[in-house]
Write a protein that binds this ligand. Sequence first.
Ligand code: GDP
Length: 186
Amino acid sequence: MAAATGYRAEEEYDYLFKVVLIGDSGVGKSNLLSRFARDEFSLETRSTIGVEFATKTVRVDDKLVKAQIWDTAGQERYRAITSAYYRGAVGALVVYDVTRRITFDNAERWLRELRDHTDANIVVMLVGNKADLRHLRAVPAEDARAFAEAHGTFSMETSALEATNVEGAFTEVLAQIYRVVSRNAL
Ligand code: GDP
């Protein structure tokens, strides 16, 4: 009936894409996810350990794309991300903190781990978070661009605190996945 009247049930979608968040502890992965999925931000670093995910449905072209976004929720502190975390992922956000150089330097290792566990056609975005902390910046945007270019991926800076580019980063990843999937490459 819903189709006949032109309405679509809330749970209806054309595609379901699994996207994983990876990167050092404290870079803002959980807050990027809560900002995107629920428009919430927290000053607390969450102490619970365990994988969590949230979903959000967005429109890409004329399709409804449901994103299932996984957050390590602290597992990375113990280098204990399991292969189940990566299984079936078609997109990833490799997150660093623009105020902590080491988190950017570690992005290379995260990218390698990702490549070891996922399909070669996975869509990857390098995300420099905490861009609101302008006076504390330790990673020039140019370095991120060069890194992304060298690794065949793309980059964006975000602020989960100020809600800058968060929606943009996730929807860009989803749109790119949709492009790859519609070419039947994933
Ligand atoms: P995770 O360990 O990567 O999941 O990082 P969290 O999301 O728990 O964030 C770690 C800390 O950074 C928390 O205190 C957050 O409030 C803070 N944080 C996260 N995103 C931002 C941001 O965009 N700007 C600022 N200034 N702080 C942020």
